[in-house]
Write a protein that binds this ligand. Structure first.
Ligand code: ADP
Length: 259
């Protein structure tokens, strides 16, 4: 540990004393490093699409605009970079909100089956287009959790979204709901690329990605799982990962059941 020491000297009458204050600053240093890395990452992630947009706009202004083929192709590139920036800013605002407002969630009993079914319906079309099967495999009977409906929806959406992104076409993604004692267990299991063992501990960190190029290519921001973790914790729950590289991943969210 790094230690900061402060010495105070005092004199009263005949005696001379020294007080040494020892303070472990390794945690402070770690938090400073995380903050610095975060700012650097945000700047980089914002600059990359902006630089592309600028390049395409300048080329169009320089005359490429007279060529119809370039026109459409460049405008499409600009559009995809704008969408990327939009996605990034939305995720950053989500994170900032979660971190700034401790009590921003509206916790109340929520029907987990219903939220899962709705999320599956929202992603069905994307899965179908890729030939993937997205299905629920849930226990019978009601599963009511103590949660914020919007936050829970975001957690499930992000996990399903990742399942679809990191799983090859024509494979399956299963969303499972179960009860276990006082807990509700929500699992999103895919049969995709999996996550290498050495990356598994860091996967919930902001901007941590196993493969940056792949993440960008599939429209990722590197913030999805960190939002999932923050939201699960804010609902007094947790999230964990089990993954076998090359075989697939299971993300498991535990939430408190409503008695
Ligand atoms: P991203 O926007 O890049 O998907 P996330 O925070 O959601 O960011 O995920 C972080 C990284 O974790 C991803 O870039 C990817 O490398 C890995 N990852 C997340 N979900 C999965 C999954 N279901 N299968 C394989 N890798 C995954």
């Amino acid at each position: 540990a790094v230690v900061r020491a402060q010495a105070h000297r005092f004199q009263d009458g005949d005696s001379v004393g020294v007080v040494v204050v020892l303070e472990d600053v390794s945690e402070i240093r770690r938090l400073e490093r995380i903050r610095r890395d975060f700012v650097a990452n945000v700047s980089h992630e914002l600059k990359t699409p902006l630089t592309s947009i600028r390049g395409y706009v300048e080329t169009l202004l320089d005359g490429a605009i007279d060529d119809d083929d370039y026109n459409v192709r460049f405008l499409e590139k600009i559009e995809s970079n704008v969408l990327r920036l939009n996605h990034l800013v939305t995720d950053l605002l989500s994170l900032a909100r979660i971190e700034a407002e401790a009590g921003f969630l509206n916790l109340r009993p929520v029907d987990l089956h219903a939220v899962v079914e709705e999320a599956i319906r929202r992603h069905e079309q994307t899965a179908k287009l890729r030939g993937q099967t997205l299905r629920a495999d849930s226990c019978s009977g009601s599963v009511r959790v103590f949660a914020d409906q919007e936050a829970l929806t975001q957690v499930i959406d992000n996990l399903i979204d990742n399942g679809l992104k990191y799983t090859p076409d024509d494979r399956e993604i299963v969303v499972r709901v179960q009860r276990n004692g006082k807990l509700a267990i929500l699992e999103v299991e895919d049969s995709g690329v999996g996550i290498p063992v050495e990356d598994q501990a860091r996967i919930f960190e902001r901007f941590y990605r196993v493969d940056k190029a792949r993440s960008r290519a599939v429209g990722g921001t590197g913030l999805g799982l960190s939002i999932v973790k923050h939201l699960a914790q804010a609902m007094d729950g947790s999230v964990e990962l089990k993954s076998q590289p090359g075989k697939g991943s299971i993300f498991r969210v535990k939430l408190k059941l409503v008695e």
